[in-house]
Design a protein around this ligand. Structure first.
Ligand code: DQA
Length: 146
């Protein structure tokens, strides 16, 4: 089983950006944690990040036939991107939506997600621990052993 962990805009600044909200762990540390979690659970994890909406669409397309599912933190595009919504629909890739922060406890503009209606489910509010939770949820959905 192979999973893509895909992070969107500004998540390259994890650990530096608003640490009160997003924590002190950097993106390379999160990605290493995801790969270790995969290795421990017997599945492959590939990580990617882009600040560009179209590049994220391309990454979802490219995941088809290569990975079995995606853990997606689409960052602010969560709240705006019909293109990402359509990319998930178009590829029929199983997606677990992830947010470090509890988007429902924040500004109203973060309450709507265009990813949610096309995701298996969402994990939010648990900081970087959410990545492991999302991986386990995805593997469970895919019929894996975790
Ligand atoms: C985020 C929440 C989004 O609202 C925000 O734009 C982000 C990060 C999160 O992980 O909590 O960039 O997706």
């Amino acid at each position: 089983t192979s999973v893509l962990v895909l992070n969107g805009p500004n998540l390259n600044l994890l650990g530096i950006r608003q640490p009160d909200i997003y924590g002190a762990t950097t993106l390379p540390e999160v990605e290493q944690m995801c790969r270790s979690h995969g290795a421990a659970g017997g599945f492959d994890v590939t990580c990617a990040q882009s600040n560009h909406e179209g590049a994220l669409v391309d990454a979802i397309h490219a995941a088809k036939g290569v990975h079995n599912g995606i853990v997606l933190n689409a960052g602010a595009y969560t709240h705006t991107s019909i293109a990402l919504h359509d990319a998930i629909l178009s590829t029929e890739m199983p997606v677990v939506e992830l947010h470090l922060s509890n988007i429902h406890a924040r500004e109203a503009f973060r309450h709507r997600s265009y990813i949610a209606p096309v995701a298996i489910g969402m994990i939010c509010g648990f900081g970087v621990a959410g990545y492991s939770l999302a991986l386990d949820a995805l593997i469970g959905h895919l019929g894996g052993r975790t």
